[in-house]
Design a binder for this molecule. Structure first.
Ligand code: GLN
Length: 314
């Protein structure tokens, strides 16, 4: 494994910040009213190394909506509770090549939703979280899992939750179509509510970098040394992220950045470099596929500067 010094990483992180802090491309997600009003100039980058060291710059303590990055966390929870085989047969581990909110994702592969990392599969995953039939305990399990992965608790952004619940008509359709194909394993409305709530959790770039590092560190949180999930799940989690983390632009992303990463319309991106580090960047303006413009530019710059592609074989 190639060794990179902390000072090289610091330099690349600061350079990326300076290069893109004034970039004005993209615009805040506006289909969720709360997100439209977030300060578009917020920008932070955080790297967490596997010894727990954090290298960060900018607004890394700002709590933004985790949105679709939470799909990774709940996929991990389902893997912890059910194992890899069940996740594969009940949801799937494939690319969809489609936007995150595609209703067709359910129909692509004999009625199962392809992957837990698009809306359809993520809603199925929420329905599977144990204990089925107990929404309060399910929610507690989701929050506990995110807390363990990031080493500190996320906080519900109540206004975001209300804003999203009032406007999630497309997700309601997906939920009922899933129900039609027997891919909802709990009450449909409650399953969707859990999904909406987990998307409305506030998280910081620093916390997301620790989550990424926990995955990169085979399930051991590098901040507190606690084992969160079995080491055998680590490559499977990273493969899910690599396959569909940027939806219809996942291939372009891997091709240009070399790092498996997951995005959310709140402006966060969480990357996993197995055996090396977790990285997260946050900036609200997103592109047409719902991926943060500045977070993408920053992570790509750092990856290319450090020459760290997972595909390089170094
Ligand atoms: N809560 C959002 C939705 O379901 C998440 C989308 C995303 O971050 N890509 O529409």
């Amino acid at each position: 494994k190639k060794t990179i010094s902390v000072s090289q990483i610091k330099q690349a992180v600061n350079e990326a910040y300076d290069l893109y802090k004034n970039n004005q491309d993209g615009k805040n997600a506006d289909y969720i009213p709360y997100l439209a009003n977030i300060d578009k100039n917020l920008f932070g980058i955080s790297v967490c190394l596997l010894d727990g060291q954090i290298i960060e710059v900018g607004d890394t303590q700002y709590k933004f909506g985790i949105e679709s990055v939470s799909k990774v966390h709940t996929a991990i929870l389902v893997l912890r509770q059910y194992g890899a085989e069940k996740l594969l047969s009940m949801i799937g581990a494939d690319a969809t090549g489609l936007p995150f909110n595609s209703i067709i994702a359910i129909l692509l592969e004999n009625d199962h939703p392809s992957t837990p990392l698009v809306n359809a599969g993520a809603i199925t995953a929420c329905s599977m979280v144990q204990p089925v039939g107990n929404p309060k305990e399910k929610w507690a399990a989701i929050v506990k899992n995110i807390t363990e992965l990031s080493g500190s608790a996320p906080e519900l952004i109540d206004e975001l939750y209300r804003s999203e619940s009032a406007t999630n008509f497309n997700n309601r359709s997906i939920t009922w179509l899933l129900k039609n194909y027997n891919r909802i394993y709990d009450d449909p409305d409650l399953s969707l509510d859990l999904y909406t709530r987990q998307c409305s959790l506030g998280i910081t770039a620093e916390q997301l970098s620790v989550c990424g590092a926990t995955i990169a560190n085979k399930g051991v949180n590098p901040k507190n040394g606690a084992r969160v999930f079995d080491a055998s799940l680590s490559p499977q989690i990273t493969s899910l992220i690599a396959t569909v983390g940027f939806y219809e632009h996942t291939g372009d992303w891997l091709f240009t950045s070399g790092i498996p990463a997951k995005t959310g319309v709140g402006g966060g991106v969480m990357g996993v470099l197995p055996g090396i580090m977790g990285i997260a960047a946050f900036a609200p303006p997103i592109d047409a596929a719902g991926n943060s413009v500045k977070a993408q530019l920053a992570i790509k710059h750092i990856m290319n500067k450090l020459d760290l592609s997972v595909f390089s074989g170094d």
